[in-house]
Write a protein of this length. Structure first.
Length: 276
């Protein structure tokens, strides 16, 4: 079993990201994953053994809570950190800020420090370390810190977060590394992705469309191979015998291109479904 200094998880998630966490100007789970991955990479590059985990298997909120804690407790490590983003009603002009939760008084000094370095890096309010018995804190076996990076429903918070992403990652990594006698050199050089218009489910992106178009063009004038001919001949013979096709296309298979064969197959499937 590998030994780590710090084990990270991104809050929420689950199969098909069913639990997105808080949703506002940004989506909590997506940003938690980005922050986690960038911090873990920077820590590892500077000698602080770290690993990050994203739950992709759970299907309920309770399962998700359990799965994330399970991963932490399955590792040999010294510290646990879970990344979250916060939310509240409304949108405060000056923003809401950062905070870090622990469930033991002896870890509160570190929580205060972690919250402060995040706030300073992004120019946000520092809400400080807080004592609370969240499931994560209560059920992990090592000192556990639940980071609330910013408020997703605050435009000020999210703007500052996006603008200062690299500073945030460096600040978190530096503060964590300091607990293990390490210093962070360099930066993450990583920015959060700019939101883009995503295709609806079932629609092709432009890159997928171009890839498909190229594939079709490559097949357009290419004759089908022996294996495909052997599969299509009896199929087209049966289609003719059953009255699905009025022409016996099995006699022309040897001269068909991929495009022509595909067109016949589409017709066959369509007519078969109509007859049902």
């Amino acid at each position: 079993m590998a030994t780590y200094d710090v084990v990270f998880t991104a809050g929420h998630g689950g199969r098909n990201k069913f639990d997105k966490g808080a949703v506002g100007y940004i989506v909590e789970h997506d940003e938690a994953v980005r922050v986690m991955n960038a911090v873990v990479a920077l820590l590892n590059a500077n000698g602080v053994r770290s690993v990050g985990y994203v739950d992709k298997v759970s299907t309920t909120v309770n399962n998700n809570l359990y799965e994330l804690v399970r991963f932490h407790n399955a590792q040999q490590r010294a510290m646990d950190i879970q990344i979250h983003f916060n939310a509240t009603g409304g949108d405060q002009a000056g923003g809401y800020g950062t905070e870090v939760y622990v469930n033991q008084q002896r870890h509160l000094a570190n929580a205060n420090e972690f919250s402060k370095v995040m706030a300073d890096a992004m120019g946000l309010k520092n809400r400080g370390g807080k004592l609370y018995n969240w499931y994560f804190n209560a059920n992990t076996a090592k000192p556990a810190y639940l980071f609330e990076v910013a408020f997703v429903n605050s435009k000020f918070d999210t703007d500052q977060y996006r603008k200062n992403f690299d500073k945030l990652v460096h600040a978190i990594a530096s503060s964590v590394a300091n607990k293990f006698g390490k210093t962070i050199k360099g930066s993450s050089n990583t920015k959060p992705e700019t939101p883009q218009n995503k295709p609806n489910e079932g629609e092709l992106t432009m890159s997928q469309y171009n890839e498909l178009k190229t594939m079709i063009n490559n097949l357009e004038n290419k004759k089908i191979d022996k294996t495909m001919r052997e599969d299509l001949v009896p199929l087209f013979k049966k289609a003719y015998a059953d009255g699905i096709f009025k022409t016996d296309h099995s006699t022309k298979v040897s001269e068909m291109t991929h495009e022509q064969a595909l067109s016949r197959l589409v017709s066959y499937v369509s007519r078969t479904e109509t007859k049902k």
